[in-house]
Design a protein around this ligand. Structure first.
Ligand code: SAM
Length: 377
């Protein structure tokens, strides 16, 4: 079973789009409205490809297509943060700032992954009054409990100087950095943000999985590590050089690809557009002041899917000594190492009793594999 969008989020989006009863059997009735949104979507994507931001102009298309995906990405990362940084997420009062919040996908995704806290305060900042209005509509429909406070501010924060003295447990920038910084991301911007982050808090940056934007994020990661004032916590489980930097010529870059089941309305909308909507592709970084309490020793990030070859299966791991192939011959499949067959890209795994060969790790009969965290469930 793949992940799905929570039903109340789906309903709220459809309500704002004025197609609340859209289903496969009613799609014909909504042809005109669907046609409008599809046309907007085409232009939105063309503009994105040319680095022109137009989500304000095509807010309906953005809400129909980007918001559900960006919501899911923030939710996936929120769950991972909850697993690796329980001290941040199990607080009674959690204070979250969403920079470039748009319609609110980032803060909403975090809320749905961190619901264990008792009280939430969300602040959304954006330069677009129209998108803040849309965000207000969406959060009014979804934040019904009395334990949630929300403040929305129209502000340009590209200098990283925030219009508040508040300290936040989490600052999230979901798909907003590319607009704020079309070229490289200055580390000074991140340092300034941390003036408004609590001592044990963190900053989450999500970007599209495009090669140039993902590599920019890797460059930021390298700068944060070299600078030594802050610490990169996720997705990297070590602070050595990104192994994929060394194999750039092979056209590799660190990004996530996660299968999900889009809601029916997205499948209906996608008719005629035929986009690959069933995979969430994104890059991300989680930065904090200190290391998280849970050590990642002997845990590795899986950076490929399981690849089938003649007589064997393999995947690639990100390790402090570089990219490593983990190989299991089909004839070596045992009860002990059966978890190998469940490994997916983005998982965090540990491997015991492996056999180190020249250039790869070999899964033997008695090798034990544990998946510590999966982004897919
Ligand atoms: C691609 S949208 C992302 C919206 C939302 N975070 C999401 O994940 O769906 C980028 C957002 O950043 C906002 N933005 C761009 N530059 C900004 C700036 N300098 N200060 C605040 N917001 C900015 C835009 O108005 C837009 O809403």
């Amino acid at each position: 079973m793949h992940m799905t969008l929570p039903q109340d989020v789906e309903k709220a989006i459809l309500k704002i789009l004025a197609i609340h009863d859209l289903q496969w059997r009613t799609a014909k009735i909504h042809q005109k409205r669907l046609g409008q949104i599809r046309r907007q979507l085409r232009t939105l994507s063309d503009n994105f490809a040319e680095s022109i931001s137009s989500e304000e102009k095509y807010a309906d298309a953005y809400l129909a297509y980007n918001v559900p995906r960006n919501f899911m990405e923030a939710m996936i990362i929120g769950r991972e943060v909850a697993a690796f940084a329980p001290h941040v997420c199990n607080k009674e009062n959690i204070n979250i700032l969403d920079i470039g919040c748009g319609e609110g996908a980032g803060m909403l995704g975090l809320y749905y992954s961190l619901r264990n806290s008792q009280d939430f305060a969300f602040t959304g900042i954006d330069t677009s009054a129209l998108l803040l209005k849309e965000c207000r509509k969406l959060t009014n429909l979804l934040f019904r409990e009395s334990n949630i406070r929300i403040t929305l501010r129209k502000q340009n924060v590209s200098d990283g100087l925030l219009p508040t003295k508040q300290k936040f447990d989490i600052i999230i920038l979901a798909h907003s950095l590319a607009e704020m910084y079309p070229k490289s991301i200055p580390i000074r911007f991140i340092h300034r943000l941390f003036r408004n982050v609590t001592e044990s808090g963190l900053t989450i940056i999500i970007e599209p999985a495009l090669k140039q934007l993902s590599r920019r994020l890797t460059d930021l990661r390298n700068n944060v590590i070299a600078d030594r004032k802050l610490s990169v916590q996720l997705p990297c489980l070590h602070n050595r050089e990104c192994p994929l930097c060394n194999i750039r010529k092979q056209k590799e870059w660190c990004h996530q690809s996660i299968r999900w089941q889009p809601p029916d309305f997205m499948e209906i909308m996608n008719q005629g557009l035929n986009r690959e909507i069933r995979t969430l592709k994104f890059s991300y970084l989680v930065i904090s002041r200190k290391d998280f309490s849970v050590p990642h020793e002997n845990q590795h990030l899986v950076i490929s899917n399981l690849l089938k070859e003649k007589g064997k299966q393999k995947c690639f791991l990100c390790t402090p000594t570089g990219r490593m192939e983990l190989v299991r011959l089909n004839k070596n499949r045992t009860e002990c190492n059966k978890t190998f067959g469940r490994i997916r890209k983005g998982d965090m795994i540990s491997v015991r009793h492996l056999v180190e060969k020249r250039g790869y790790w070999h899964v033997a009969h008695d090798t034990e594999i544990r998946i510590h965290h999966s982004k897919h469930s």
